[in-house]
Design a protein around this ligand. Structure first.
Ligand SMILES: Cc1ncc(COP(=O)(O)O)c(C=O)c1O
Length: 453
């Protein structure tokens, strides 16, 4: 592909890297499938955009009606190396021909160990580490809490306003937002406490005061309400994902990490959405030099195969007794092969740099849009994890209706975007890191037009 001819496949791409609409969205075939789904699948499992996917490659998703949509979602930050990445697909196929499962807890295999060696190498900090593998982000976070409690002998866990950590009982409890994640699913797990997050756009005394003030409030609440010596772990997303791509004000994370260190509290970074080059660093914690005691990873780790990791200081991780950690499918050999391919793609393809380039391309465009559209109250994010927060003009009142309308308009025009945020008023952008410049530019043009409309 040349950058002048976006309709041709990108170098190595199987499908034309283009937006192509041949029916309305969703088209007739997708609508038919949606009817079958409604009869077979409970409505509790929602879908952002009910087009039924038949193919996907690089930065495009093709549906059952033949429409080719630009992917600004990456399956929620998963297919960072591109959908059906050829290196990932080849390694998974080759592994499927050899063996598909033994259970690492029954009879182990090398690829699991290699993924853990890589996680130990690439996560922040030069200290000795250990890793083990599970199936989902929620499972990784839940295991991080188990280990922190075991290692410290303490019960309390501190999480933050707007945080999202998953849908299991414990991670749902750790999650901040009630609808749709918690409503009706209680009672929740005990010993979970919530502290304020440094949310610059909504900080009462202004973004410039946000970092130190929020850290002081969080520390004060921990000391007064829980007692620092009762806290096993602080669990935090270095940039919040579902909460609305909130980048904590500078200084907040380092102050928290320092408080944890001084009080024997483990700092657990939930890098499930931010990890693996997404923010322009391999992990978002690196931006402010944070070295967590435990890191939970998932999503971008394996190009779409279900895999997640827990990586931590060796002295902490080695404490847990034999058999206390694991699971039937954790570190499945197909997923491990995919992860090894993903890591090669990230490192060989310099995808951290590519994520920064995407940010440098998109941020000025989003700021220019915000100049023209008074409903855009905030533009934020880092690397290829970017968002706009929509408000009623002249106020900070959230506008979830407009957010939904703009997202729908983007969908109708062939751009897959996601929403997020405690107030449902954030449009978020997570393009695959391998997206071509032309496709990125076309996606931004669609977004622009959706607002202008
Ligand atoms: C920060 C964060 N933690 C945990 C999770 C849960 O991951 P999973 O859906 O793989 O269980 C998510 C998913 O969106 C996430 O964004």
């Amino acid at each position: 592909m040349t950058s002048q001819d976006p309709a041709l496949p990108a170098s190595g791409a199987r499908l034309p890297q283009e937006r192509r609409l041949v029916t309305e969205i969703p088209g007739p075939r997708s609508r038919e499938l949606q009817e079958r789904r409604t009869a077979a699948v409970p409505p509790g499992v929602g879908s952002v955009l009910p087009v039924y996917v038949t193919d996907a490659d690089g930065g495009v998703v093709v549906d059952a009606d033949g429409n080719s949509l630009i992917d600004f979602g990456s399956g929620i930050a998963v297919t960072s190396v591109g959908n059906a990445n050829p290196r990932v697909a080849a390694r998974v196929k080759a592994q499927a021909d050899r063996f598909t499962h033994t259970c690492f807890m029954v009879a182990p295999y090398e690829s699991y160990v290699a993924v853990c060696e890589n996680l130990n190498r690439i996560t922040p900090g030069d200290h000795e580490k250990r890793s083990f593998l599970v199936n989902s982000g929620a499972e990784a976070v839940e295991n991080a809490v188990k280990i922190a409690r075991y290692a410290t002998g303490r019960d309390a866990v501190v999480v933050f306003d707007h945080g999202y950590h998953g849908r299991t009982l414990l991670t749902m409890t750790l999650t901040s937002k009630n609808m749709p994640y918690k409503q009706g699913f209680g009672p929740y797990a005990p010993e979970v406490y919530r502290a304020p997050l440094a949310y610059p756009f909504r900080w009462p005394t202004g973004p410039e005061n946000c970092g130190p003030e929020a850290a002081a409030q969080a520390v004060d609440q921990i000391e007064k309400r829980i007692g620092a010596s009762n806290v096993a772990a602080v669990v935090i997303e270095p940039i919040q994902g579902e909460g609305g791509f909130i980048v904590p004000a500078p200084g907040f994370l380092p102050a928290l990490a320092e408080f944890c260190r001084a009080n024997g509290i483990l700092f657990v970074a939930d890098e499930v959405q931010t990890g693996f080059a997404r923010t322009g660093d391999m992990f978002a914690c690196e931006h402010e030099g944070i070295v967590p005691d435990i890191v939970a990873t998932a999503k971008g780790i394996a190009g779409g195969l279900p895999l997640a990791g827990v990586t931590g200081r060796a002295d902490i991780m080695d404490k847990v007794h034999v058999g206390g950690l694991g699971g039937t499918y954790g570190g499945n050999p197909l997923a491990c092969e995919a992860a090894l391919a993903v890591l090669e793609e990230i490192e060989d393809g310099k995808l951290t740099e590519r994520a920064r380039r995407i940010g440098e391309t998109m941020l000025p465009r989003l700021h220019a849009l915000a100049e023209r559209v008074p409903a855009i109250g905030d533009v934020r994010g880092r690397g290829a994890m970017l968002a706009v927060e929509l408000v009623r003009p002249g106020t900070k009142d959230p506008d979830p209706e407009l957010t939904a309308r703009v997202a729908r308009r983007c969908h109708e025009r062939g751009l897959l975007v996601l929403t997020a945020g405690t107030y449902g008023n954030v449009l978020r952008f997570l393009p695959p890191l391998v997206i071509s410049d032309d496709l990125l530019a076309d996606g931004l043009a669609v977004l622009d037009a959706a607002f202008t409309d």
